[in-house]
Write a protein that binds this ligand. Structure first.
Ligand SMILES: *Cc1c(COP(=O)(O)O)cnc(C)c1O
Length: 234
């Protein structure tokens, strides 16, 4: 068995164990493989190993991989999980299936206007600055309800839920806190009548905490593909 296959098996075991502990069905959590910095050849191997959904941080890098793997397009789901500038919305609306990082109405409006009619609505999450860090992108939690209502009304988007990248924390209890806060925010939006079903939270180091707090998509890079080389500047 290759290292990639072994890693994927370990991640599936961790997810299964966390779902069991949370008394949730194993199929209630989708594994999103974060393939940033990895070549299209590695994504092809991960697809052959059974993975279907891939997350990219950088728009152009993602588009290059989508093009290189065009023969698999119908069998792959591409998620943009990194920051999105408004001058890149058109290629994203045309190329990706999901965007997790919507944090401004202007970006959402452009994505909706630019989503080709021949494609299904673009699936989106609002990125929430759940750990209240100045340096992180994401909407302030207090501003999420108004933004969610506005985004949910856009015709070519389907607002699915919320995404967060909590500050790193040590230990399960500390890791659960921001994930719990994101879940409570989602529950509040649902109580206000928005039909949302997605909590995109949990990475290699905190997937158990995220699943215990209700994650429906975990975004896993390192635990699948190994450690990343630092990205070159530019
Ligand atoms: C890189 C990245 C991940 C994956 O992180 P790992 O620790 O490698 O699992 C998940 N989400 C986002 C937004 C990322 O940028």
């Amino acid at each position: 068995m290759t290292m990639l296959n072994g890693n994927i098996q370990v991640v599936h075991q961790r997810l299964k164990a966390a779902c069991t502990q949370a008394a949730r069905p194993a199929q209630s959590v989708q594994l999103l493989a974060v393939s940033k910095t990895r070549g299209a050849d590695e994504v092809r191997l991960a697809h052959a190993a059974g993975l279907r959904a891939f997350g990219e941080n950088y728009v152009q890098e993602g588009l290059d991989k989508i093009a290189a793997l065009a023969d698999l397009r119908a069998d792959l789901e591409w998620h943009l999980i990194g920051p999105l500038q408004s001058n890149k919305t058109r290629v994203v609306a045309e190329g990706f299936d999901w965007v997790h990082s919507v944090d401004r109405l202007k970006t959402a409006e452009r994505l909706s206007a630019q989503r080709p009619v021949g494609l299904a609505p673009l699936q989106v999450c609002l990125q929430v600055n759940i750990s209240a860090e100045d340096s992180k992108s994401g909407v302030d939690p207090a501003e999420v309800p108004a933004l969610a209502r506005a985004v949910a009304a856009l015709p070519r988007l389907r607002l699915r839920g919320l995404m967060a990248i909590p500050a790193p924390a040590e230990g399960l209890q500390a890791q659960r806190e921001p994930h719990r806060a994101l879940r409570e925010l989602l529950e509040r939006l649902r109580a206000e009548g928005l039909a949302l079903d997605t909590l995109s939270m949990g990475m290699s180091d905190d997937l158990e905490a995220a699943v215990l707090e209700g994650a429906t998509i975990v975004r896993i890079g390192t635990a699948i593909f190994g450690h990343r080389a630092p990205k070159a500047a530019g």
